[in-house]
Design a protein around this ligand. Structure first.
Ligand code: NAD
Ligand code: IPM
Ligand code: MN
Length: 370
């Protein structure tokens, strides 16, 4: 039986709570599935800072490098608001993305049938919604230099963040978008701000060029990122794949999350380039949401984004489409049965906590697998 090594990094706040539920799903596969997983857990984020003064240690990075996939919860929280910038909890996640070269971040926003009424938008606008946001993850303003705050000597300070993109970075994420779109509706909308940003000018130029290099069967449109934000809440179903940079992708994916009912529903996969020899790629799977300090420690968090992120690991790291479908069908089934955490609660449904939701998913897997 195929067996894979997973590094679990629960992190902080609800990251720890939702990770416990994904472990239930992993255990299920170890008991029942045709694929099994060896897991080890480690610290990241504020938890790692508290233990050894760094938001991720070199030893944890080594383990991450060796794992077949990393399953990541969430990091951050008010407790670490005043720690030095370089060791803040979020820096651990950014190091994982950058050092492992996880440039392609897939954020699917799918509105499950049972949740169409939980969206803040009208049901008919989101019913059947299925968008894939492709966010560039290792470049742009997150990593560009200089990045600094300097004293100007007159009581004023100057803060600089730098947006940098090179041709190859745009080209490789565009290729992933075009390729993935072919298994969908073959439509890609690329978002930038070429009207005010040089990096936007290059983004549009490179995406247009890459499109001509063997992807002309895919329909490509360009949209200014602010207008795309507006269209996402006006008529979201017009989109199939949205291709965008690191910062716009961060913002637009939180917007898209609310179309699906809750931030607690959106999974993600962060993928590196396939290895030339083995074809395997480094990958990290995490929910789009954060550590949710407002509900942390109360057993209220929705674990479905975390569980669906593991579903993405089955699909993209282990080529287990049937098993990934099983996880997704189980998530859909528990929603159909009326199980709801607080963030997606609706009239006539059954309010459950994190653990009960995780248990319900595993029970649904039991039923659906026979
Ligand atoms: P957040 O995503 O943690 O929470 C935003 C809102 O959504 C909160 O009201 C929260 O209760 C709710 N929410 C989020 N996930 C939920 C879930 N699974 N179930 C139910 N409700 C959920 O964003 P924030 O409050 O802006 O950030 C809190 C901290 O998390 C910050 O330190 C931030 O940097 C960090 N963060 C980390 C990640 C990550 O680790 N990948 C992502 C985003 C934010
Ligand atoms: C996300 C988060 C991260 C980001 C933070 C925690 C660094 O918001 O994964 O969406 O900005 O990329
Ligand atoms: Mn974000």
């Amino acid at each position: 039986m195929a067996s894979y090594k997973l590094l679990l990094l629960p992190g902080d706040g609800i990251g720890v709570e939702v990770m416990a539920e994904v472990e239930r799903v992993i255990d299920w596969f170890n008991r029942r599935g045709a694929v099994s997983f060896e897991t080890e857990s480690d610290l990241v984020g504020g938890a790692a800072y508290d233990a050894h003064g760094q938001s991720i240690s070199d030893e944890t990075m080594r383990r991450a490098d060796e794992a077949d996939a990393i399953i990541f919860g969430a990091v951050g929280g008010p407790k670490w608001d005043s720690v030095p910038y370089d060791v803040r909890p979020e820096a651990g996640l950014l190091r994982l993305r950058k050092d492992l070269k996880l440039f392609a971040n897939l954020r699917p926003a799918v509105c499950y049938k049972a949740l169409a009424q939980s969206s803040s938008l009208k049901t008919e606008l989101v019913e059947g919604l299925d968008i894939l946001i492709l966010r560039e993850l290792t470049g742009g303003v997150y990593f560009g230099e200089p990045k600094e705050i300097t004293e100007l000597g007159n009581g004023q300070k100057r803060a600089v963040d730098t947006q940098v993109y090179e041709t190859y970075e745009i080209d490789r994420i565009a290729r992933v978008a075009f390729e993935l779109s072919r298994a969908r509706q073959s439509r890609v909308t690329s978002a930038e701000k070429h009207n005010v940003m040089k990096s936007g000018v290059l983004w549009k130029e490179v995406v247009t060029q890459t499109h001509k290099d063997g992807f002309e069967d895919v329909t490509l449109d360009h949209m200014l990122a602010d207008a795309l934000g507006m269209q996402l809440v006006r008529r979201p179903k017009q989109f199939d794949v949205i291709l965008t940079d690191n910062l716009f992708g961060d913002i637009l994916s939180d917007v898209a999350a609310m179309l699906t009912g809750s931030l607690g529903m959106l999974p993600s996969a962060s993928l590196g380039a396939p290895d030339g020899q083995t074809g395997r790629r480094k990958a990290l799977y995490e929910p789009v949401h954060g550590s949710a300090p407002d509900i942390a420690g109360q057993g209220k968090a929705n674990p479905l984004a975390m569980i669906a992120s593991f579903g993405m690991a089955l699909r993209y790291s282990f080529d287990r489409g049937a098993e990934a479908d099983l996880v997704e069908h189980a998530v859909s089934a528990v929603l159909d049965e009326g199980y709801r955490t607080g963030d997606i609660m609706a009239d006539g449904c059954r309010l459950v906590g994190t653990q009960e939701m995780g248990e319900a998913v595993v029970k649904a897997m039991d039923r659906l697998a026979v």
